[in-house]
Design a protein. Structure first.
Length: 143
């Protein structure tokens, strides 16, 4: 089930414009449906914006209910395994996104260090410039 823009805002506790800005900047990938509205995958949304406290509490209550049913039929265990596999997939996607973000930041830091080194060399060269001073163009003033 994919979120619409307003459902995504409710699920994260963010404003719709915040979600839309994240989509336009590329932080979240989303597709446009037939009506022109965004269709956002929940795992993609929660990779960037964590779910709200109310939604986490509801999920926690559901997991507690599942855990309390000790003598539940086997199908409920299978359902729980499927839920946990989905949560694990979301966690893996989030970890991969964070890893990519870390790599991008490391590349940016390396680029900035190279720029700083080249700037230091230029500044040092300018300070050490011993070119002769030009004489004045005023004919009566000779120095």
């Amino acid at each position: 089930m994919k979120y619409s823009l307003s459902e995504a805002a409710k699920a994260t506790g963010k404003n719709k414009t915040t979600i839309q800005r994240a989509i336009k900047s590329g932080k979240i990938s989303a597709s446009k449906g037939n009506g022109g509205s965004y269709e956002i995958d929940p795992s993609e949304l929660h990779r960037v914006f964590p779910p709200t406290v109310a939604q986490r509490d509801a999920q926690h209550m559901q997991s507690n209910d599942t855990q309390q049913a000790k003598f539940a039929p086997e199908s409920s265990y299978i359902d729980r395994v499927v839920e946990l596999e989905k949560e694990l997939a979301v966690a893996h996607e989030r970890a991969n996104g964070l890893e990519a973000q870390k790599d991008q930041m490391a590349d940016t830091i390396n680029d900035l260090r190279k720029r700083l080194d080249s700037s230091e060399t230029r500044v040092t060269a300018l300070l050490a410039d011993n070119s002769p001073k030009r004489s004045s163009w005023w004919p009566w003033k000779r120095s």
